[in-house]
Ligand binder design. Sequence first.
Ligand code: SUG
Length: 447
Amino acid sequence: MSVREVNFDGLVGPTHSYAGLSFGNVASESNLGRVASPREAALQGLAKMKALRELGLPQGVLPPQERPAVEVLRRLGFQGSDAQVLAAAGDEAPRLLTACSSASSMWTANAATVSPGADTSDHRVHFTPANLVNKFHRAIEPPTTARVLRAIFPEGRHFAHHDPLPAVEHFGDEGAANHTRLCAGHGDAGVELFVYGKRAFGRGAAPARYPARQTREASEAVARLHGLNPARTVFAQQNPAVIDQGVFHNDVIAVGNENVLLYHEDAFADTAGLAAALRDAFGETELVLVEVPAARVSVEEAVTTYLFNSQLVTLPDGGMALVVPEECRASRRVWDFLGELVDGDTPIHRVLVQDVKQSMRNGGGPACLRLRVALSEAERAAMNRGTLLDDALYERLSQWVRRHYRDRLDEADLADPALLEEGRAALDELTGILGLGSVYPFQLAGV
Ligand code: SUG
């Protein structure tokens, strides 16, 4: 098995907080103002990475971003020393400071869309960082995301990097959260499924209450940039009614792996049309479509438990496991459903429960926290391997978190210049640990 899927999880950053920044994301809005524990959040994330590695799966790490984003505050007119910029923003525009402090880059499913070499016309792995224009606190992520991805996967023979799409709503792009790759095996040419919330210019159906964060035009542009085969590329609209119930990304209501797609009955605008298009694009290979009826799990239960925001992974000895958040076990109906699923006749035979509560309270489940990159042996050899988790790196990162992270953080702490300094010291050490070179604004200033 020379091509393997590597999950790159985002390490939670030292400013993790509950700021109610994501309109349309029910958990984010309802936890506004709760005291957060950046340390616990980062350790929960690391524990998940370790658990996946213990299943025998390769695991990677993506670093957090520099926050508060002082350089963004400067672009918005705040002046003086870094401490003066923070103090002025905290006084005059506290919500702006909060947005510029979000640790939202932890949700690396939104970092980029990735197409492996088996799907692209030049056989390189293609990366397009998501522009995340729908939310200001996330729209400031792409420049650092792009630098980090380039530092890990050097542009050249094996890897191709594109610029994020133009940063306007017309091309709203949320990355892999709305992109699923289906294939016989990770090394085989796949079918890439792009799910969008609406068409630009509001043609056709669109949600009424909450925003559609991904446009069809954005998905089409990414597919073109990556040189995907049109016969093996499928575009499908998300059901606008579920966006209005809090399904702000498709990965909140569907998850796929190899030849299996697990999805809620109400996930798509035209499920029958999508099933036919996928079967057509898949050709000979057997496609397993597992539809969860609304009568078994309601959309509301899907949103509160994040059943579909689980990681569906192929185990080294065959068969698939579903890595679900603890909230699934707390729901009798969802837990019963999972019991039946693993005993049933789909390839999914195992459930692994992970506690990622700190992230869940901001609407980020296990699948949000990881970016999937299928890599051949040669590609794994060509990448920066310092980001691949082994026992030693897990230990080092856990200690690094314990040394640098605060145990509690609320909004009032964000203007504290000591927090900025602590964060920079931590990130400077981290880029050394991961062997990334200089990727942060504070490291690049004056270079
Ligand atoms: O973009 N939450 C993130 C959650 C992202 C989940 N990702 C996927 N489904 N793939 C978002 O809405 C909330 C931050 C706050 O409110 O403090 C936030 O950004």
